[in-house]
Design a protein around this ligand. Structure first.
Ligand code: ATP
Ligand code: MG
Length: 573
């Protein structure tokens, strides 16, 4: 392909509205253009790269035994009513009406649709296991579309759904997808780490997210320094190994005036203690019943964990009026002693002596709190977000915090959707049972941008070979020089015959300008062809990752490029 015949609108300036490097580079390298908030056009180069990511995804899905289908992006409302998600997903769903005022949904995901299909088409254990996938546009009315392709209203997802006869069989389907994901991201040249994830509102029992570590990531991850554990913040567990015994531990409870100090930092400042020494007493309402939750002053409640611990449908912080009624004090002065509601204690407080608690009296706290002496806690539970420095669940490594972008998600769903949509099959004994499901998503368009976020330098993109829009760029320094152009086109044809795609920069521009664009676009290999070089019988070969070029004799250029491409590809095998 000739550059002069392609739409590659590179930009010299960093676009104002792009905050992270990968978004800036996608715009600057002319890969995408914005139509509106969270809506992008893929320009020719961006689309080529996207297609390469898709091809890798497709190959690995096929290899893992999944079958490709394509479901409608638009669905009748009724199918979403059957799972209850017309209501529960209302905040992300785009809803439209047809000319007869029938309500339709633009699919944010496809569990309902595939499960309905399986309910109709599959009836026996003999047809299982099965796994269907598609690569398709999804629609989500995100609160904050941003960072280019990272969070869009309309984006490309690969979604797969497995159906099995038993939960053991479903575990094995899950494992296969997990392995396929590891292969996909490796082949894309992307370091994506699997982390344990919460199963949230999807139903189901276990889940991993594939996270690309980057400071601009919207997700927090805790990882053990010995590599034995990684989980996203919502899910993570940690053990605090700091001592829980503070000075003056053995003294009786003592009131102390803390005027206007209803916040942890204010009390800590006033009493000259560490926030950790303070016990936070938070009043929550779980399915209409109040409950007090105790945790160290420097930690926050994870409401997902709390809901699970209490086995509640809904939990929310109590409103100030309820807090006043329960504690007899203003918000900020609640304490566990004397409360008439259930009190649960985060396990990080176990063994606490010499703590400071609210006195259930406005502007007052109590010193020298001894948890075992002053309270009769029935259970220590895990309801706090862990912190960097905590011990990992195996109590060996210590946790540190990273940020990441979720590029994929594998999920054991159980039978929530098969029950709701009647995807039952006859088992070996002729008994009708709901199929056990798994679902597996990859943000194909997000993955493309994540590759750039992870692989770039100050000059531009550094494409991993398998997803580069073109593998080789031939920069012709003087396109008017006939021999240069004919050599370039011959070489391109020979490379293309070997399955290597080539772009020829035949623009009438200064070499410096062309080299800058070459670095910005980041093709893995650049071959430079100049009049002077050709007179000496050489071309210059430069991998994007290296600073300097290598001179190769003209008659060996083809082999040199083939060898380099091979090495690059081998590294991602
Ligand atoms: P997030 O937490 O980032 O909103 P999610 O957990 O809601 O994502 P899933 O339902 O698990 O997303 O979707 C599967 C994959 O689709 C995600 O792992 C992610 O890569 C991608 N994805 C999700 N939402 C978007 C979006 N708005 N724009 C681009 N890609 C997305
Ligand atoms: Mg997810």
């Amino acid at each position: 392909m000739l550059w002069s015949k392609s739409l590659i609108p590179t930009l010299k300036e960093i676009p104002q509205d792009a905050e992270i490097p990968s978004h800036q580079l996608m715009l600057r390298a002319g890969l995408i253009r914005r139509l509106g908030s969270g809506l992008y056009t893929y320009l020719p180069l961006g689309f080529r790269a996207l297609r390469k990511v898709e091809a890798i995804v497709r190959e690995e899905m096929d290899r893992a035994g999944a079958q490709e289908v394509l479901m409608p992006a638009m669905h009748p409302r009724e199918i979403w009513d059957r799972s209850g998600r017309y209501e529960s997903l209302k905040n992300v769903m785009f809803r439209v009406k047809d000319r007869q005022a029938r309500e339709m949904v633009l699919g944010p995901t496809h569990e309902e649709i595939i499960t309905d299909l399986v309910a109709r088409e599959i009836s026996s254990y003999k047809q299982l296991p099965c796994n269907f996938y598609q690569i398709q546009t999804k629609f989500r009315d995100e609160i904050r579309p941003r960072f280019g392709l990272m969070r869009c209203k309309e984006f490309i997802m690969k979604d797969a759904y497995s159906f099995d006869i038993s939960s053991e069989a479903a575990d094995s389907s899950y494992q296969k997808m997990y392995e396929a994901y590891v292969n996909i991201f490796r082949r894309c040249g992307l370091h994506a780490m699997p982390v344990e994830a919460d199963t949230g509102d999807m139903g189901g029992s276990s889940s991993h997210e594939f996270m690309v570590p980057t400071d601009s990531g919207e997700d927090a991850i805790l990882e053990a320094d010995d590599g034995s554990y990684a989980a996203n913040m919502e899910r993570a567990e940690g053990y605090c190994d700091l001592p829980n015994v503070f000075p003056d531990a053995d003294q009786p409870l003592e009131e102390i005036a803390t005027p206007n100090a209803g916040k942890i930092e204010d009390v800590a400042d006033l009493l000259k203690i560490e926030p950790r020494q303070l016990v936070k007493t938070l009043i929550f309402v779980a399915d209409k019943s109040p409950v007090a939750v105790l945790l160290p002053g420097d930690r926050d409640v994870n409401e997902i964990k709390l809901r699970k611990v209490l086995d509640a449908q809904e939990v929310a912080p109590a409103d100030p009026q309820t807090v006043r009624e329960i504690t007899g004090a203003e918000v900020g002065f609640a304490g566990p002693v004397g409360l008439k509601i259930p009190v649960i204690v985060d396990r990080t407080l176990e063994g606490l002596r010499g703590g400071v608690i609210g006195a259930n009296k406005t502007d007052t706290h109590l010193l020298h709190f001894d948890l075992a002496r002053d309270l009769d806690p029935d259970a220590f539970v895990d309801v706090a977000f862990p912190k960097a420095g905590d011990l990992a669940p195996n109590r060996k490594g210590h946790l540190s915090e990273k940020r990441g972008v979720e590029v994929g998600h594998v999920f054991k769903l159980g039978t929530k959707y098969s029950v709701a949509l009647g995807a039952n099959v006859l088992d070996e004994n002729g008994k009708s049972i709901p199929a056990v499901m798994g679902c597996y998503g990859i943000g194909v368009s997000r993955t493309l941008q994540a590759v750039i976020e992870q692989s770039h330098d100050e000059n531009g993109i550094i494409w991993p070979v398998n997803v580069a829009p073109y593998t080789v760029l031939i920069t012709v320094l003087s396109p008017k020089h006939e021999e240069s152009m004919s050599r370039a086109t011959d070489l391109a044809a020979q490379l293309e015959a070997q399955g290597i795609d080539v772009l020829i920069d035949d623009r009438e521009e200064r070499p410096g300008f062309k080299f800058k664009d070459a670095d910005l676009l980041g093709f893995p290999l650049r071959l430079t062809l100049g009049e002077r070089g050709l007179a000496k019988g050489i071309m210059e070969l430069k991998p994007r990752t290296e600073k300097s070029f290598e001179e190769v004799p003209v008659d060996q250029a083809l082999d040199a490029v083939l060898a380099k491409v091979k090495t690059l590809r081998e590294a991602l095998k």
